[in-house]
Design a protein around this ligand. Structure first.
Ligand code: M6R
Length: 365
């Protein structure tokens, strides 16, 4: 049931404050301000030398973002892998190590094959899945559920932000077990996580602004997304979402890579969407924005009000976000990223829920 929405995708985008809150509540103990996993991890994470993460599409992108958190909060080295590459590469995996699979459906063929490959190497497997009865959930040592509820739209939205919520909580719990995070630091991060559902709800207010931007994006053939830190995986997600449902060619890049190639694409026809939260690398992102503006690119920024004011002359459009803890800005900035893709597809008359050539669950290679 789509309720009052035209598409499941719109409904699922709007469900995010509720489902992210539900998922966080499952993995956090609000009263003590600590991560509280509802299961025991299948390995002694204090002794772990690395974590391997695998997934496809948006689930892979969630894993890429998770890497920042596992490194930051748990000081745990992470290998992040596209499942279709991992399974055929004969990766050197240590017996007794841990592989983490991410999948909304829990039925993706390459992700399932990666799980089995990890098991054959004697690894323990933990999965972040949305469907509790799925094959990946059943074959894992532990299934960490995302409580997103059924996701019907082919483009993943609420499952993505719930995957991020679970990954952040796992990083905290593992960080504590490894002695990488003291109680005060953990309580601060837990408070930042608990604020996210409210911030995601506020971010939904950018929708009418996004709708007018979408009318412009619907006229172009190419879009570039740039971001640094956790905004880099979000740039990849923005590009994936736009191509998937509007069929506009889009590329996501780490903003620092601009000079290493994609800058050659920039001209007065090229919209460049820069994801620029106020984080530790904002000054670097700002130089990339200046580079885009200096070459006549159509700068579209997603950032705070001070940034929008500073770039009022150079930017063609700005989507203004509130103040968000820098480590988790991507979970809130995901909202305008998803809405840009959705409204562009709607303006173009595409079926946002059922894009051509795509299946919700890719159970064959
Ligand atoms: O069910 P899964 O999470 O394993 O699916 C993985 C990808 O097929 C999926 O995320 C795909 O990329 C989405 N359609 C992206 O919106």
């Amino acid at each position: 049931d789509k309720g009052n929405y035209r598409h499941f995708m719109a409904k699922e985008i709007h469900e995010q404050p509720e489902v992210v809150a539900r998922t966080l509540a499952h993995y956090l103990d609000m009263s003590s301000g600590r991560a509280a996993l509802p299961f025991d991890l299948p390995v002694d994470v204090a002794k772990l030398s690395r974590l391997t993460i695998c997934g496809c599409g948006t689930a892979y992108i969630a894993g890429l973002m998770g890497k920042y958190w596992f490194e930051r909060f748990a000081r745990l080295p992470v290998d992040i892998e596209i499942a279709s590459e991992f399974r055929y590469r004969d990766p050197p995996l240590e017996p007794g190590g841990l592989t983490l699979l991410i999948s909304q459906s829990g039925e993706t063929a390459d992700t399932l094959a990666s799980l089995r490959c990890a098991k054959e190497h004697g690894q323990k497997v933990l999965s972040v899945v949305n469907v509790a009865t799925s094959t990946i959930a059943r074959e894992s040592d532990i299934a960490a559920l995302t409580l997103a509820g059924p996701e019907i739209g082919v483009a993943s939205t609420k499952a993505f932000t719930c995957q991020l919520a679970v990954l952040a909580c796992l990083a905290l719990a593992i960080g504590r077990a490894r002695g990488a995070l003291d109680d005060a630091a953990e309580a601060k991060v837990v408070a930042e996580l608990m604020a996210l559902p409210g911030l995601i709800a506020e971010a939904l207010a950018c929708e009418s602004r996004v709708e007018s931007l979408a009318r412009e994006i619907a006229k172009v053939h190419n879009v570039l997304y740039l971001g640094r830190g956790t905004s880099y995986p979000l740039a990849l997600e923005g590009a994936l979402k736009l191509k998937e449902i509007s069929y506009i060619h889009a590329e996501g890049y780490a903003a620092g890579e601009l000079k290493h190639g994609p800058i050659a694409l920039i001209d007065e026809d090229m919209p460049v969407i820069v994801i620029a939260p106020r984080d530790a690398v904002i000054e670097k992102t700002i130089s990339n924005m200046q580079e885009v503006a200096a070459r006549g690119g159509r700068l579209i920024l997603i950032g705070d009000s001070a940034l929008a004011r500073d770039f009022a002359a150079e930017a063609e459009a700005a989507i203004v976000m509130g103040d968000i803890a820098p480590d988790f800005s991507a979970m809130v900035y995901a909202v305008p990223i998803q809405l840009i893709a959705y409204h562009t597809a709607v303006v173009m008359g595409k079926d946002a829920d059922q894009p051509r050539n795509l299946a919700k669950s890719v159970t064959v290679e």
